[in-house]
Design a binder for this molecule. Sequence first.
Ligand SMILES: NC(=O)c1ccc[n+]([C@@H]2O[C@H](COP(=O)([O-])OP(=O)(O)OC[C@H]3O[C@@H](n4cnc5c(N)ncnc54)[C@H](O)[C@@H]3O)[C@@H](O)[C@H]2O)c1
Ligand SMILES: [Zn+2]
Ligand SMILES: [Zn+2]
Length: 369
Amino acid sequence: MQIRAAVLEEFGEPLVVQEVGLADPAPGEALVRLVACGVCHTDLYTASGVDPSGYAPTVLGHEGAGVVEAVGEGVKDLAVGDHVVTLFSPQCGECVHCLDPRTNLCMAIREQQGKGYLPDGTTRLHRGDEELRHFMGTSTFAEYTVMPEIALAKVSPEAELDRACLFACGLSTGLGAAMFTAKVQPGSTCVVFGAGMVGLGAVAGCRLQGAERILCVDLSEDRLELARGQGATETMVAGPDTVAEIVESTDGFGADYTFEATGNVQVMRQAVEAARMGWGLCTVAGVAGKGETLDIVPRLLITGRRVAGSSFGGVKGRDQVPQLVERYMRGEIDVDPFISHRISLDEVNRGFELMEAQDGIRSVIEFPA
Ligand SMILES: NC(=O)c1ccc[n+]([C@@H]2O[C@H](COP(=O)([O-])OP(=O)(O)OC[C@H]3O[C@@H](n4cnc5c(N)ncnc54)[C@H](O)[C@@H]3O)[C@@H](O)[C@H]2O)c1
Ligand SMILES: [Zn+2]
Ligand SMILES: [Zn+2]
């Protein structure tokens, strides 16, 4: 079939929305009609050419939600009409990591996905004779996509897909960092550095876990306002004395849990230093630039602080994204304040501009039915 899609032709250049070819799903794959897709930093990071593992041409997009329109041979758990959220972090359910509760890093299709291919090492996207590679195994800046079944989370048919799409990346990453990586205990004190999509999700996750104090730190007053809406009990504008102020406000000890959601290694360091001696856990969710390192004074670790990284919030996608969406539907997660702009596929480059200008939290691309 022919579909419209936003193609990254050249790094550093605007995406070009155009017609491309999409082949039928192979065994184990499904054809999904996109209903909505968020525009995330990782799309911009790859488009800019800064990501060392990036490639072009490719169809970008990874924060998608839609409806299954066809399934390939052997697909067991999905049927035509199912509502799905796309997963750049799949869950095969069988590999050594899927069988272990300690990680969500499924091994099944990592290698091919990283190179831009579907699990059988080929692409479904093409333009004439030229193959077009898939991005993050998802390529959801498009009217339709073909993805492996193990990378699609089946969600309630009642969930509004223009909100559910945020669970495909940023929101689940933040929620999961608090719920699944840190496993915040009720009554604890939490500090979240950064109030973008990921940090705000972490604030909401701390609230859902029953934290008593949730302090959010950001440079922007507008974003701190959003953090209060998600359950932050205190907010602080970031400055040179941030760590000292946090330590002071926690009886000189630091917080039980800290979260870093900025991608800045200096802030990561602050998040470690603001964690409590004895048992404070710092969870790093931000993605640092290539070659950057995190400086930690070893004494902070000897005296009981711990550091954990979190990819996609530790969320095991097919099992847990539907559960998070259920909690949204029960009114426990307020998704609407995250959606600042609704745009069409043709306006995808405007989504990037808004993100660079820090105008709002998320632009969501809507596809007409
Ligand atoms: N681990 C994962 O799986 C995963 C998934 C998605 C995104 N990310 C990463 O998470 C990070 C956050 O993503 P986002 O979409 O929320 O980004 P964002 O740019 O919307 O938010 C970052 C926030 O950090 C704030 N900030 C900047 N410097 C600060 C400082 N010194 N102190 C306190 N706050 C500061 C900014 O004002 C902004 O509000 C990025 O690095 C992104 O690449 C990771
Ligand atoms: Zn993302
Ligand atoms: Zn697996």
